[in-house]
Design a protein around this ligand. Structure first.
Ligand code: PDD
Length: 278
């Protein structure tokens, strides 16, 4: 069976799914994206992803109108065509094809690309290593733009240091988030700390749901900045994203978090999140 992807109204074999070399996504990184988790053929937190996509488009003045029903229909077809049970949907909208000039073109129409790929969800989750690195991004990290070079550089640094994620740190010593995830810590008071949504971070859709789940479990969630030193002294650290779901971080740089084992809060939140698919 060949993999099928969606490009501007057409379902094509993945290998033949292409956009023009003068697409502004390719030339300028002029576009936005979403990644949506699929569990048991069910889209997880889709309303949140759709709302954030619309907001990202508005924030970069990309005039592209489509209904939630249409996007859902495209995604559900890709899930069927690609026989996906658990997987990831990647959806990207760019400002379209135009002769290269920095200002927005008058006459380009947006490019919509959607892909789907299967993933396996392991019932057992291992703790991962993360490294800290400088956050080199711009001031509008709340927009889910496809311009990800600083994130790619940070992730590459993680890989070269045998780590799963790079935790990005601002000049004032506070953590923003992971290269492709949000970071959380459980402190000595068993409070759950994560950075408050602002232009400083991407407000993860998984993060919002995890905060809601935590509150149903009477775990206090505090949204504030925290430093690398605080993170190293935490009882538990974990990251959240559509791809990582809830992934425990048991080592930060050369420092073990608590006793180096996966903690009960991370594990419980992960399991409760996975239950959303049932
Ligand atoms: N990234 N912060 C950054 C910088 C991210 O790139 C992501 C997700 C998140 C978590 O957002 P969410 O919970 O909505 O997935 C936070 C996706 C998965 C990616 O780029 O592949």
């Amino acid at each position: 069976m060949s993999r099928i992807s969606y490009v501007n109204g057409r379902y094509l074999p993945h290998k033949m799914s292409m956009v023009h070399i003068e697409d502004r996504g390719y030339q300028f990184g002029d576009g936005v994206y979403e990644v949506v988790l699929v569990l048991n053929k069910k889209l997880i937190d889709f309303d949140g992803h759709y709302r954030r996509l619309k907001r990202s488009l508005e924030q970069i003045a990309l005039d592209y109108h489509f209904s939630q029903t249409l996007i859902k229909q495209i995604i559900n077809r890709l899930i069927r065509f690609n026989l996906i049970s658990n997987g990831l949907i990647y959806l990207q909208v760019t400002r379209g094809v135009a002769e290269r000039a920095h200002q927005f073109p008058d006459d380009a129409s947006a490019t919509l690309v959607v892909t789907a790929k299967p993933i396996s969800i392991s019932p057992v989750i291992e703790g991962k290593k993360a490294i800290t690195t400088t956050d080199q991004r711009w001031d509008r990290r709340d927009i889910k733009t496809i311009q990800l070079l600083p994130n790619c550089i940070a992730k590459q640094e993680a890989v070269e240091n045998d780590a799963f994620e790079a935790i990005m740190v601002m000049n004032d010593g506070t953590i923003t988030e992971g290269a492709s995830s949000n970071l959380w810590m459980v402190n000595k008071e068993n409070q759950l700390i994560t950075r408050k949504a602002s232009n400083i971070i991407l407000n993860g859709i998984t993060k919002v749901t995890i905060a809601e789940i935590a509150e149903t479990q009477k775990i206090q969630v505090i949204e504030r900045a925290f430093t690398v030193n605080e993170a190293k002294g935490a009882k538990e650290l974990f990251i959240t994203s559509a791809t990582a779901i809830v992934t425990p971080i048991t080592q930060l740089d050369e420092h073990m978090i608590a006793d180096g084992n996966v903690g009960p809060v991370s594990l419980a939140l992960r399991n409760m999140y996975l239950k959303k698919a049932l």
